[in-house]
Design a protein. Structure first.
Length: 478
């Protein structure tokens, strides 16, 4: 049987192991004590400094809470507070993003308020995308690209310029081209420039496009407010409409000339080679656009109305005056609301002699009161005069005419009765002539035609009257 003493004596290595463990334990305790001393020596000057600072400023500032030493379990609390602060920062960042998005929506809403109802109905779908998904897409091919175009017409030649910019307003494509032909219309040049730009945008596979123009008539035609009357111009606008339909969104915007970026310069550069190749250039002529036909005409072929100075081309003025003369009206200035009468002598540049005579006749009729008008009854004459002029002329020729009613035409010199408005009935009184059935052949034909057409004869002045509209009541103006 073994005793403890015997066991110890029999196991000398156990004593060495216990000694080693005891020595390590003492070293560990000494290290902990030294660390505690270091921590105490570090905190002691800080506490003394804080106490001195609080003591010196106690009279001027509010006392601060005493410094509390953090315990070991407070480390978890610090981590929790740090996580909370990170969460608050993330929330602030999200609120900033939402504010920026709301600001963008407010800006887009303001832009929509500036758009007319017609434009909004035409491209409202594309505008509404600014409020929904896809309003902040960064891909260039998903934004609205810009198209600038210009057609220039001059005596040196015709040129078009086209510039296409991406949504960042960076130039990505340009075209400058000379147009060959005798067509000198500014509208045609602008349309061809726009067509070239739309075709280029289709080749670039653009989906949304805004094209800017500085020519007001073109803008009115594209938006559908005006309808083109010329066949060639109408065909060009049908082609433009067909090209617009190939985009998801394609709409115009009217801007000033200086906002047509790049395009004006490109169109001018397209004309420059035509100028340099001409050895004897033709003197440059000034053109002016007629507001009726929208054609560019030489300033020498423009007519200025006396009194108001409204200007129109000879062709439009001629058509305007022919229509008014055909309606039996005195031509006035074509400008809306302008009541200035046209001067006959100033219209000799574009009116034929026959039209001039007709216009003078209408002006004379308008200047004579209705009760003083006298027409020659002979069909081949029908000259207009006044009762006073007819009387004076007859007195000079025949000597006496007041009592009998005899008058002599100043143009054909035929005799007629001023009372009956018929050729002179010699030796027959006016009453007997009216009651007689011996009418001339022309009078019989007139009576028959009046009966067929349901014309009425005024019982006072004997003029034939045709009912155009209204009731059957007649009021004689003589």
């Amino acid at each position: 049987m073994w005793t403890p003493a015997d066991q110890t004596s029999q196991n000398p290595d156990g004593e060495d192991l216990n000694a080693i463990v005891s020595a390590q334990l003492r070293d560990l305790m000494d290290a902990l004590a030294l660390d505690s001393d270091h921590e105490f020596s570090y905190k002691l000057p800080i506490e003394e400094t804080l106490d001195a600072s609080l003591a010196s400023s106690a009279s001027s500032i509010t006392p601060v809470p005493e410094f509390q030493e953090l315990e070991g379990n407070d480390i978890t609390t610090i981590g929790t507070l740090h996580s909370s602060e990170l969460g608050e920062c993330d929330q602030i960042f999200q609120e900033w993003l939402q504010s920026a998005f709301d600001t963008r929506r407010t800006h887009d809403s303001g832009e929509i308020l500036n758009i007319s109802d017609g434009d909004l109905s035409e491209r409202g779908c594309s505008i509404e995308k600014s409020f929904g998904e896809g309003s902040s897409k960064s891909e260039e091919n998903q934004g609205v690209s810009s198209l600038y175009f210009k057609g220039l017409v001059s005596e040196e030649g015709i040129g078009i310029g086209v510039a296409i910019c991406n949504p960042k307003n960076e130039l990505v494509f340009e075209v400058k081209r000379r147009l060959v032909g005798n067509e000198r219309s500014k509208m045609v040049a602008e349309c061809k420039a726009l067509i070239a730009g739309l075709n280029a945008a289709i080749d670039l596979e653009l989906k949304q496009l805004c094209f800017y123009c500085d020519y007001y008539p073109l803008y009115q035609f594209v938006t559908g407010r005006w309808l083109p009357k010329q066949r060639k111009v109408a065909a060009l606008f049908r082609q433009i409409t067909h090209l617009q339909a190939r985009f998801d969104s394609c709409y115009p915007r009217l801007v000033a000339r200086h906002d047509i970026k790049f395009a004006f310069k490109l169109a001018r550069e397209a004309i420059v080679p035509q100028i340099t190749q001409t050895e004897d250039p033709i003197p440059k002529k000034l053109n002016e656009t007629c507001v009726i036909c929208l054609e560019d005409c030489d300033v020498n072929r423009m007519f200025a109305v006396d009194g108001c100075l409204h200007r129109y081309c000879f062709s439009c003025m001629k058509q305007h005056m022919e229509v008014k003369l055909l309606q039996g009206l005195v031509p006035k200035c074509p400008h809306e609301g302008c009541m200035i009468d046209l001067n006959v002598d100033s219209c000799t540049k574009f009116l034929t002699p026959k039209d001039m005579a007709t216009m003078r006749q209408h002006l004379k009729e308008a200047s004579i009161p209705v009760s003083e008008k006298v027409y020659c009854p002979y069909p081949k004459c029908s000259a207009l005069t006044t009762k006073g002029e007819a009387l004076e002329y007859t007195k000079d020729v025949l000597g006496s005419a007041n009592q009998s009613g005899l008058r002599k035409c100043m143009k054909c010199h035929g005799l007629f009765c001023i009372n009956c408005k018929v050729p002179w009935h010699n030796l027959v009184s006016c009453r007997d002539y009216k009651g007689s059935s011996n009418l001339e052949l022309d009078d019989v034909k007139l009576k028959s035609l009046a009966s067929t057409c349901l014309w009425r004869q005024c019982v006072k002045c004997n003029h034939m009257i045709e009912l155009a509209e209204g009731c059957y009541h007649m009021t004689c103006r003589f």
